[in-house]
Design a protein around this ligand. Structure first.
Ligand SMILES: CC(C)(COP(=O)(O)OP(=O)(O)OC[C@H]1O[C@@H](n2cnc3c(N)ncnc32)[C@H](O)[C@@H]1OP(=O)(O)O)[C@@H](O)C(=O)NCCC(=O)NCCS
Length: 227
């Protein structure tokens, strides 16, 4: 496995974050159906702005996995929910002040950044499903793992598991549960690392004029106290 360091993301990382995210989810159906006319370059810019938007948010912890030998960002994880409360009573994530240019960019609506045409039916169906399951299964004191991905060139080397361990160690120490919704690709990994499948759903993009189906798993991990 490439040796990686895990650290908090900063503004300068967001271009690489977008590239890793785009490569990892390149075959994913959701964004392709939600923004069917977006070019690859527009999708990367959308992902970059999305990453920038998360940084000043004190309820969001964006971590990057950096290959030690090259300094390249190869993996991402985004933690939310009770993580802020658990880590030093809200002193983390470290305060981020964006440059004036980045602050102006994130203030714009998506339609002015890159994505002029969206499939609102797909966006609404995904949001409704996520909200319904979140309301049902996410508990107020849970941590949430909101995003996890590893660049395809680096997958299968234990990097995803290492990014997860960053959070599960903290959750276990604080006796906190971790909620997430998983892709079919990641589902076996989460099962192996202690998550229980609470529910699953199929999102059929054909119903909204798109193509393909996604199976989504809703999962929660109890803290492992006896280690
Ligand atoms: C899921 C993901 C983060 C795993 O990252 P990773 O760095 O490869 O993780 P690990 O090396 O720790 O491997 C985890 C396990 O997943 C398996 N795996 C890795 N990539 C996989 C893929 N694309 N499809 C199916 N299984 C995969 C590995 O074989 C490994 O299992 P094993 O240890 O029993 O051999 C990565 O595959 C990814 O980014 N996928 C696309 C984005 C995604 O679905 N993210 C999860 C959103 S919930």
């Amino acid at each position: 496995m490439s040796s990686i360091d895990i650290r908090y993301a900063c503004e300068a990382d967001c271009t690489q974050i977008a590239a890793v995210n785009g490569a990892a989810f390149a075959t994913g159906l959701f964004l392709r159906n939600a923004y069917p006319q977006a070019s690859p370059a527009e999708m990367i810019e959308f992902r970059r702005v999305h990453a920038l938007r998360q940084l000043p948010d004190k309820t969001t912890h964006t971590l990057v996995g950096v290959e030690r030998a090259t300094g390249t960002i190869v993996a991402l994880a985004r933690w939310k929910g009770a993580m802020t409360r658990i880590l030093m009573n809200g002193d983390y994530p470290p305060a981020v002040t964006l440059s004036d240019q980045a602050a102006a960019l994130i203030a714009k609506p998506n339609s002015e950044i890159a994505l002029t045409v969206c499939n609102q039916g797909v966006l609404d169906a995904f949001a409704a499903l996520t909200k319904e399951k979140h309301n049902r299964y996410f508990h107020e004191d849970d941590i949430e793992l909101d995003l996890l991905c590893t660049h395809p060139l680096y997958q299968g080397q234990g990097i995803g598991a290492a990014m997860i361990k960053w959070g599960t160690d903290k959750a276990d120490a604080a006796k906190a549960h971790i909620y997430l919704q998983a892709t079919a690709d990641a589902h076996p990994l989460y099962c192996r690392l202690g998550w229980e499948t609470l529910d699953e759903a199929v999102l059929d993009y054909g119903k909204y004029g798109g193509e393909g189906v996604n199976r989504i798993y809703f999962m929660r991990r109890a803290p492992m106290i006896y280690k």
